[in-house]
Design a protein around this ligand. Structure first.
Ligand SMILES: NC(=O)c1ccc[n+]([C@@H]2O[C@H](COP(=O)([O-])OP(=O)(O)OC[C@H]3O[C@@H](n4cnc5c(N)ncnc54)[C@H](O)[C@@H]3O)[C@@H](O)[C@H]2O)c1
Ligand SMILES: CC(C)C[C@H](N)C(=O)O
Length: 364
């Protein structure tokens, strides 16, 4: 990958490599865009096949956060960290403390939180070194684990997408196929089960599957069967790039609404879904509940206020579908348009503001 080329093409601001030999920390912080405010995005710990794959993931996820935060109406930019390593074996306290010091060194340009492979406990350790971390323990007056709130947002967004596809937002008796029943999807299953949804689940972790089978009477299928099962809604809740040339032709669902980041392998896959008449709830619009929740910490966390904002994901999905229908474009592009318009407007007004400031100073 030509890193500077890639950064230039997609307007990235900064890429930071952090290493600490003693603790084994190898982290990459990507800051995409801070027009709307400091970059807020989680830290993912994953066993990447190569350093290049880790860099690419950090960059793609950071850009996703810029768009997510913009559409969610947050005054925050987008960034993300990946830590290279096995979250089950390679974590230690020194690693997260070292990482915390790197975040502190960015002086507030980047604020972190949980993502795949990191926990509230990890954030608490980071907090020993920096205030630029959210999703820390409620004992600190903080919001804790964002996953249940992300699940609530996905549930709300799924209902809005269902309304477009089925004429009603009731999910009772609908079949929902869920890929990956981890932190977010477990809570999503709870909401769906309570509404009388028939759940079909898969995971590469047998215990996670068993929990969903036991707790929600879900039907379990093999990971490669989840795309082609008979379902009304497909909810990708594992990792990215799962909507691609191989999987899309297998889908029976009329709606795609799930928590995973970067679900489309390439932008053209959004166009293919549009042509097939599948209602795709854009990932970064529907899965913004977690970031909305942790961002509320910046104002002194108030759960009721945060959940009210998360409910709005229903309206955000409705707006995206409206633009998609009006302009005859895929929902993925409609969402991009919403985000880019908000950022562009702010870029203009910020430069005007700065010009004025300079003008006043000159007068003095
Ligand atoms: N946690 C949040 O608040 C949040 C917020 C926004 C977006 N997301 C995104 O949602 C997704 C899930 O997040 P999470 O926190 O629940 O993570 P998680 O690690 O708890 O859950 C992911 C699950 O997917 C399973 N999985 C991995 N590869 C799979 C495969 N090929 N087939 C089937 N299952 C597979 C894992 O075993 C795990 O159980 C991620 O893409 C994450 O970035 C999470
Ligand atoms: C800030 C975090 C809650 C971010 C979350 N992991 C996401 O992808 O939205």
């Amino acid at each position: 990958m030509e890193i500077f080329n890639y950064m230039e093409n997609f307007d990235y601001e900064q890429l930071v490599f952090c290493q600490d030999k003693q603790s084994g920390l190898k982290a990459i912080i990507a800051i995409h865009d801070t027009t709307l405010g400091p970059a807020l995005g989680g830290t993912r710990m994953w066993m990447y096949e190569s350093e290049e794959a880790a860099i690419e993931d950090a960059l793609r996820l950071a850009r996703g956060m810029t768009y997510k935060n913009a559409v969610a109406g947050l005054n925050l930019g987008g960034g993300k960290t990946v830590i290279i390593g096995d979250p089950k074996k390679d974590k230690n306290e020194e690693m997260f403390r070292a990482f915390g010091r790197y975040i502190q060194g960015l002086n507030g340009r980047y604020i972190t939180a949980e993502d795949v492979g990191t926990t509230v406990e990890d954030m608490d350790i980071i907090h020993e070194e920096t205030d630029y971390v959210t999703g820390i323990s409620p004992a600190f007056g903080s919001s804790g684990n964002p996953s249940p709130v992300t699940a609530y947002g996905v549930y709300r967004g799924m209902k809005a997408a269902a309304k477009e596809a089925f004429g009603t937002d009731s999910l009772t008796n609908k079949k929902v196929a869920i890929q990956g029943v981890g932190n977010v999807a477990y809570h999503l299953c709870k909401y769906l089960h309570e509404e009388g949804v028939k759940l079909i689940v898969t995971d590469i972790n047998k215990e996670a599957i068993q929990r969903a089978v036991n707790d929600f009477q879900a039907e379990a299928v093999e990971p490669n069967e989840i795309y082609s099962v008979d379902s009304d809604i497909f909810a990708p809740c594992a990792l990215g790039a799962v909507l691609n040339d191989v999987t899309i032709p297998q889908l029976k669902a009329s709606v795609i609404a799930g928590a995973a980041n970067n679900q489309l392998k390439e932008p053209r896959h959004g166009e293919i879904l549009h042509q097939k008449g599948i209602i795709y709830a854009p990932d970064y619009v529907i899965n913004a509940g977690g970031v909305i929740n942790v961002a509320d910490e910046l104002y002194g966390y108030n759960r009721e206020r945060a959940l009210k904002k998360v409910e709005n994901i229903y309206n955000n999905i409705e707006s995206v579908i409206e633009i998609s229908k009006r302009d005859q474009i895929p929902t993925s592009l409609a969402a991009d348009r919403l985000a880019e318009e908000r950022i562009a407007k702010m870029k203009n007004s910020r430069s005007q503001f700065l010009l004025e400031g300079k003008h006043i100073l000159n007068r003095k």
